[in-house]
Design a protein around this ligand. Structure first.
Ligand code: ZN
Length: 135
């Protein structure tokens, strides 16, 4: 079962510019930027109440974000749902016919274990599930 919308991911061309834009828009401060080497992205997080905005910039041309920007341009990229037990959720979703991009969880930004679902099985929306890392 999903717990809440943890964050909304937005693909951007220039992270600094996007941070300024979203800080002005939301009147909240970016509390963290982080490079995720395995995904070739630099991320920035802004907390808004219970949820966050995650801004994503590519760190090289082979980054999934670089490919996304090339195809679709900047904008909405994914929605992330917080779950209590990510491994249980992955098996539940697989059992229900959803297509997982990651067959098991991996480490993502913001101290999370994450997995992505293919938009083919989720009405065209890229869905991330995530769980806070406790260790
Ligand atoms: Zn995300």
């Amino acid at each position: 079962m999903f717990n809440k919308v943890e964050h909304v991911g937005i693909a951007v061309k220039n992270l600094e510019e996007a941070i300024n834009e979203f800080e002005l828009l939301s009147e909240q401060k970016c509390y963290k930027t982080e490079v995720v080497e395995s995904e070739s992205v630099k991320t920035a997080f802004i907390q808004i109440g219970e949820s966050k905005i995650e801004l994503l910039e590519a760190t090289n041309n082979s980054s999934p974000i670089a490919k996304f920007l090339e195809k679709k341009g900047p904008g909405f990229h994914h929605i992330a749902f917080d779950v209590y037990n990510i491994e249980d959720e992955i098996s539940r979703l697989k059992k229900n016919g959803f297509i997982l991009i990651h067959e098991s969880s991996k480490f993502g930004a913001d101290n999370k274990k994450i997995a992505f679902l293919h938009p083919k099985s989720t009405s065209g929306v890229l869905v991330e599930i995530c769980q806070e890392r406790k260790e």
